[in-house]
Structure formats: C-alpha cells, structure tokens
Design a protein around this ligand. Structure first.
Ligand SMILES: [Fe+2]
Ligand SMILES: [Fe+2]
Length: 158
C-alpha cells in the first residue's frame, strides 16, 4: 500500500522528469522546427495537467493533514499554498502561449525554478515532521485519498 509520501514522491519525480526533458529543448531560439515546437507545446500541456492534479489533491487532502497534525502546520501550509499559487499563476500564463512566443521559455524557466524549490520545500521542510506525526495507517489512508482524488482532480486550475 503506497503511503501519502510514496504517492506524492511519484508525482514529484514525474514533474522533475518533465522539466528535465523540456530543458533539453530544442527551443525556437536554437531553430526547432514546427514538429518539435508542437511537441514542446504538448509536453507543457502535460506538465500543466500533471501539476494541476497534483496541487489540487494536496490542497484537498495533504495541507489539511499538515494543519491538523503539526504544531507549525498552519504556517507551513500557508507558505506552501503561496508557493503553489505562484506556480499556478506562471503555468496559467504559460498555458496561453505558443512555444514561438517570446515569453514562453522565460515563463517555463521561471516555473522550473519555482516548481523545484516548492518540491524541495515539501520534501525537506514538511515531510519529515508529518512522517513522524502520522501512524502507518494514517499515512496509508492519506495515500489512498490522494490517489483517488487524482482521478477526479481538475486538469486545469481555476
Ligand atoms: Fe505542492
Ligand atoms: Fe507536491
């Protein structure tokens, strides 16, 4: 049975893999052809979908658990939600652009940096305390909620 941390770690690895792949290019600046640019747009759409689902279920199940179980949970959850809002804003703008638009690569690089910092914040600042605070059964239950939530979570963030 995957715990909450297994479910979230799998998503984080997938997002990091997508970012690394996008960073390989090619971009319009180095002469990517139209097929390559179409693929690049598709990859960004996948990133938006993956991120939307992931942050939506964190907001629905994970941060409430952090607030409930950790003495500094309110503060941690508020910080994380501000980071998620920033990521959502960047992706919302990126989602409206084509890969030939001037701002496309700038926004993508901004998201890569903010997104990796957010993942690191969750994994190193939040997870250790919550791992200690949750029983094995609670970590399993939360993992199940996250997995089931992902099936119905929005693929574009409001
Ligand atoms: Fe998050
Ligand atoms: Fe996360």
């Amino acid at each position: 049975m995957p715990t909450a941390f297994d479910v979230l770690a799998r998503d984080h690895e997938e997002v990091k893999r997508m970012l690394a792949e996008l960073e390989l290019g090619p971009t319009v600046a180095v002469g990517a052809n139209s097929d390559q640019l179409a693929l690049r747009k598709k990859m960004v759409e996948q990133l938006v979908i993956e991120e939307s689902r992931h942050e939506a279920v964190e907001e629905m199940y994970f941060w409430p658990a952090v607030r409930e179980h950790l003495s500094d949970g309110e503060d941690l959850a508020n910080q994380a939600l501000a980071q998620e809002q920033e990521g959502k804003d960047i992706l919302g703008r990126l989602d409206k652009l084509g890969p030939e638009d001037e701002a496309f690569e700038t926004l993508l690089a901004q998201f890569a940096s903010a997104g990796r910092a957010h993942i690191a914040f969750e994994e190193t600042t939040v997870w250790p305390g919550l791992r200690d605070a949750l029983s094995a059964a609670e970590a399993d239950d939360l993992g199940r909620e996250l997995e089931q939530g992902k099936e119905t979570a929005p693929t574009r963030r409001p």
